[in-house]
Ligand binder design. Sequence first.
Ligand SMILES: [Cu+2]
Length: 159
Amino acid sequence: MTRFLLLLALVPLAWPPHAGAQVAGARTIEIQVGDNMRFTPARIDARPGEQLHVVLKDTGTMPKVAMAHNFVLLKKGADPKAFAEKSAAARDTDYVAPAVKAQVLAATKLVGPGETADVTFAAPAQGGDYTFICSFPGHFVVGMRGSLVVSARDLAREP
Ligand SMILES: [Cu+2]
């Protein structure tokens, strides 16, 4: 009986899983961002429909108000430059403008130095290159972007 009560007491500690924890069934990809305004790595390879858990980790030191980052994955056909331009003024909605929000496949919240944010999503079913950007003002323009490369050909490499 004592052992049973002890188990019950431990359950709330383990559930729910905290943010940033491994999400069941999803592959975790950690992307570092920082004062250099780059995604490291800037390329993610995935299979169509694969569950991905992107963890964005800010290793920078500049104040968040001047240097914050997010991960915004766009639909195929979306214009990343136009998206970034329209979102640059959307401070109240974490620099994702409501007018272009429909172009987003997945996005994290903004991170500042030492912070981590994550998002879990399914890779698109259609193969191809999907652009992800940081929509904090000025970052896309200086090259803060990357690609999610979706290809079924990766299956051939699996045992
Ligand atoms: Cu950024």
